[in-house]
Design a protein around this ligand. Structure first.
Ligand SMILES: Nc1ncnc2c1ncn2[C@@H]1O[C@H](COP(=O)(O)OP(=O)(O)OP(=O)(O)O)[C@@H](O)[C@H]1O
Length: 330
């Protein structure tokens, strides 16, 4: 696969006058040249292939928005390079605007007083779309996202979930090959979240749109992303498969067994440690690095009349927390 986004040693510093508290606090900055520099992004490099749906993660203040702003051409880097579909985003802004779509969860790009339908019409004209393509695409998106009920309602009267769906359509109408989504499900109910996830998965698989998804919602990540980039304090912590990340940080797995006609209180296994054991249910822990799941399952089911069994999935939130902690203390 060819890389569609290439980021190399990317750095962004923000600098502002350093006003210190004191007797002349208010006037000090007029007379000194002292400036306070924040390095929001600190030399990160990564590649995103065409057609990927990648999670871009990090705690608050990690530098995610600053990075996305450089990828979309809103901010100019202090140093380092970015190419998006062969262009330098802040230099080729006009061309870049056709290459990318962007949705920022916290604010809308739609016209507040207009119904969605009129906003979409403006986008059609801005991007010079032909009538047939526009009609087909809008029809397809309307159906996917269930826009019918509110497409003629002014944006200011829409609920957050409805508005988000409108924003997604607006970003995808002209079929940009790359879509940036910044917290697209924040504050939404389960139904609206589900619709948005379905839409994102659909455009990624069916149209091959490359999607860069920033989110604090680990459900979004689990459901949508195979690969993730994780940053903290402007530094790259991880770039790779979600599964490998879990494998690296999850050193133990828990298995829960149930029995209806047998007392599990004294359950034991040479391959796992018993965490809790009651008459009908027991939880055991094993190390996947040395013992395979089938081995533990086979051992338990061959020796006990087990009626139900489940291996607990590692919690992504725990994995990521561990990654942040390791970096801060290590
Ligand atoms: N215009 C600016 N001027 C000064 N500092 C800034 C500016 N924009 C961002 N920062 C600082 O840069 C750092 C990274 O901010 P950024 O918004 O990129 O983080 P984030 O990962 O998007 O966080 P969140 O998840 O909270 O949105 C923060 O310390 C922030 O205060």
């Amino acid at each position: 696969m060819a890389a569609v986004i290439e980021v190399d040693a990317l750095t962004k510093e923000f600098s502002r006058p350093d006003v210190r508290p004191g007797r002349f606090a208010g006037t000090r900055s007029l007379f000194t040249r002292a400036r306070k520099v924040t390095r929001a992004v600190d030399g990160i490099s990564f590649r995103i292939d065409a057609g990927e749906l990648i999670g871009f993660l990090g705690p608050n203040g990690a530098g995610k928005s600053t990075t996305i702003k450089m990828l979309t051409g809103i901010l100019v880097p202090t140093s380092g390079t970015v190419t998006v579909a062969g262009q330098v985003p802040w230099r080729d802004r006009r061309q870049n605007a056709r290459t990318i779509g962007a949705v920022f969860g916290q604010r809308t790009q739609l016209w507040y007083d207009l119904p969605l339908r009129d906003s979409f019409g403006i986008i059609r004209d801005l991007y010079g779309m032909d009538a047939a393509t526009y009609r087909t695409r809008l029809g397809e998106f309307t159906e996917l996202l269930g826009l019918d009920e509110f497409i003629d309602t002014p944006v200011r009267s829409l609920s957050l979930g409805q508005r988000m769906r409108g924003d997604l359509v607006a970003a995808m109408l002209y079929a940009p090959p790359i879509l940036y989504l910044d917290e697209p499900t924040v504050g939404l109910d389960v139904v609206a979240k589900g619709k948005i996830r379905e839409f994102v998965a659909e455009i990624n698989t069916r149209r091959g749109t490359t999607v860069v998804l920033t989110t604090h919602d680990m459900d979004d990540v689990e459901r949508l992303c195979r690969r993730v980039i994780i940053i903290d304090h402007g530094v790259l912590l991880y770039e790779g498969d979600l599964e490998s990340l879990k494998a690296r940080y999850v050193t133990t797995r828990d298995i829960v067994v149930h029995a209806t006609e047998f007392d599990l209180t004294s359950v034991a296994s040479p391959f796992a440690e018993v965490l809790t054991a009651g008459p009908a249910k027991a939880t055991l822990r094993f190390a996947p690095a040395t013992t395979s799941t089938p081995k533990v399952v086979h051992d338990l089911t061959s020796r006990y009349p087990i009626t139900d069994l489940s291996v607990l999935e590692p919690d992504l939130e725990d994995v990521i927390r561990q990654l942040y902690t390791e970096r801060r203390t290590g």
